[in-house]
Design a protein around this ligand. Structure first.
Ligand SMILES: [Zn+2]
Length: 268
């Protein structure tokens, strides 16, 4: 916090000297004025060099702070409306450039089976449970930005991918997370609902909507273009591919709606 004050001080000195110079130029025309002018320029140079060498931020680095402006900017997709959840207890500042997009499903079906897509109820799941997500897409295809892209949202949890140790349990740092408000197949949901609970739901609530696919495609293409991420099945992944105990986005999700057909692989 000392750093801005230091510059404020230099600014003040510069201004005083500048004022002096103007004053002497206007009132006294003579050799003394030139000396004052040279002195004030020399003083400014000395103070500026001094300031560069004594930046207190440079002497107190923190490991978790990002080092470039890239990670400081709070950017959301132009297709999303900002609806931030508190940053703390849901995310870290990103340390690495995102390389993946991870897709999930979520709903409030266990809290209110008759109203599983209630916006406030779904938001409370994130704010109450120390989890985070960058984007959430509702049933009508509306995209909300819960956390800007420079935040590594806590959405992936523990897992591994492609045998790369740097990704093990660290996918939050390397991915942008998107939740779709959806309920998967009976087998996707069996860890959350009994069979009778599942089949008592309104059938309109199963799977994904056309509006969601359209919004997701726009969002994924936009994210990938801005972060230079290839739009293929290696870089656009499901939570279940990273964390085997998870079942989202599940077997009702149509991958061909998001990535080109030729990059859709078997099994997912
Ligand atoms: Zn998930």
């Amino acid at each position: 916090m000392k750093y801005p004050f230091y510059f404020l001080f230099i600014d003040l000195i510069c201004k005083i000297n500048y004022d002096k110079y103007n004053w002497c130029e206007n009132i006294i025309i003579g050799g003394g004025c030139v000396k004052k002018r040279l002195f004030s320029v020399a003083l400014m140079i000395v103070l500026l060099f001094n300031a560069c060498g004594k930046n207190p931020e440079a002497t107190e680095p923190t490991i978790t702070e990002p080092t470039t402006a890239y990670f400081q900017r709070e950017v959301c997709s132009k297709y999303a409306r900002k609806d931030y959840i508190p940053f703390e207890n849901s995310s870290w500042l990103r340390e690495f450039k995102p390389e993946f997009v991870m897709i999930h499903f979520t709903s409030a079906v266990m809290l209110d089976p008759d109203n599983p897509y209630d916006p406030e109820l779904n938001k409370s799941i994130f704010t109450d449970n120390e989890i985070g997500i960058n984007y959430i897409i509702d049933r009508e295809g509306k995209i909300l930005c819960y956390l800007p892209e420079n935040r590594a949202a806590w959405h992936a949890g523990e897992g591994e991918y492609n045998g790369e140790s740097r990704l093990t349990n660290r996918m939050n740092m390397y991915s942008i997370g998107i939740e779709l408000l959806a309920i998967g197949s009976e087998s996707d949901m069996q860890q959350y609902l009994t069979s009778s609970e599942y089949y008592s739901l309104d059938s309109e609530n199963y799977g994904y909507t056309e509006a969601q696919y359209e919004a997701l495609k726009l969002l994924v293409d936009d994210i990938c273009q801005r972060h230079n991420i290839p739009v293929d099945r290696f870089h656009i992944i499901g939570h279940q591919e990273y964390s085997p105990e998870k079942s989202d986005p599940g077997e009702l999700f149509d991958w061909s709606r998001v990535v080109p057909e030729e990059s859709v692989t078997d099994g997912n």
